[in-house]
Ligand binder design. Sequence first.
Ligand SMILES: C[S@@+](CC[C@H](N)C(=O)[O-])C[C@H]1O[C@@H](n2cnc3c(N)ncnc32)[C@H](O)[C@@H]1O
Length: 441
Amino acid sequence: MNARKIIVEILDNVFYNAAYSNIELTKRLNRDNVNDKDKGLITEIVYGTVRYKDKIDFIIKNFIKDVKLVEPRILNILRATVYQIMFLDRVPSYAAVNEAVQLAKEVSFNSSKFVNGVLRNILRNQDKDFYKGLEPRKAMAVNYSFPNWMVDLFINQYGMDVAKKIMHNLNNTPNVTVRVNELKGDYDEVFTSLEENGYDIAEGVICPEAIQINKGSNVENNSLFKDGYITVQDESAMLIAPNMDIEEGMKVLDLCSAPGGKTTHISELLNNTGTVIACDIYDHKINLIKENCDRLGITNVEYKIQDATQENKEFIKFADRVLIDVPCSGLGIIRKKPEIKWTKKKEDLHSLTKIQREIMVNSWEYLKDEGIMFYSTCTLNKHENEDNINWFISQHKDAIIEKMYFGKADNIVYNENGTVTILPTEAMDGFFLAKIKKVSR
Ligand SMILES: C[S@@+](CC[C@H](N)C(=O)[O-])C[C@H]1O[C@@H](n2cnc3c(N)ncnc32)[C@H](O)[C@@H]1O
């Protein structure tokens, strides 16, 4: 199928049917038998268009009386083409416009005339200053293409300079990083095998088990992945398991486990000893954890469908370690899931904080004395991070925050209360980590 048609169909699903761009891309690129060159182009245009939707719409609005009256499919044809005109050097603008007009013809002849008119007008005015006269925060929101409330949140919580850096880096194209499974292979051997398989790779920036894939085909189709030598995981997420002070034979509870990235890392560090109970609220997601464990040769995991906000009496004082990688607003992983910009609403934040606190309170009961609860999120919203931990510590006299140290790096923030925030970079997602020890008082 024509690459531009696939792009527009994916955008229709992401913008109008609440689909996730990464899942939709994987589904379509595998189903439609797309060649490697087109795979790259489709991925770039889909992510770019989702990432810059508001900026693109702002430009389009200069040339159309009322965007709301434009047929949804036609609007996405325009968005994907404006992305190519404004952001992509590798596609000649006239070729992108011609493709758009052909696609619009499938909707109607009038639509194709409309698309042709609008796009040629945009081409003639490419160098216009579209943001002239805009109030500075609004200009920033349009320019970085973030909703106003997220811009305000970043500025209020981090200050102007860091907020700009955060938004800039969240607009980066994400890299792929893999974690070597030491149960099956040695780091150097896996590194060499990936190179022999034609991948352009480098060592991770911070984690010793990480390998960055700079260039190469989808690593999940490679036998090293299929045979369980590697797991795709961001380096920020790789920091968690090694900092839980895991010792062989321990009992570990992972209360928000799916798809199992951190569960499997914990099992690898346990060397398949002890027990990890991997819980998640969704039945279908438990299967994802199982698939990953089977692929990686992990044998010490038990699975449980469970809502972590509800207390489970069976678990009281059961665990040496509890991991709560709680559901969160996901503002740190916008590089990988750009639609979060448009789907997440400010109103969602309050209810998330409530759920996170309920999960913390329950998991504390499941911990043995001297045990460690590890709290993590992939968001940068301080209410879900530092504020939650401060609240928890104020309520629990037997809880102390243990400091962590990952070396000195511009994007690693050691917070005053002992927690750590990882700011997003070209190589890492935004993340938050807190290590809390249960002491007898
Ligand atoms: C951030 S993801 C976890 C990622 C996982 N730890 C990993 O490393 O692959 C959060 C998970 O929490 C699950 N979840 C959401 N609400 C939950 C609840 N009330 N109880 C248990 N799990 C929940 C979601 O289904 C999701 O899989």
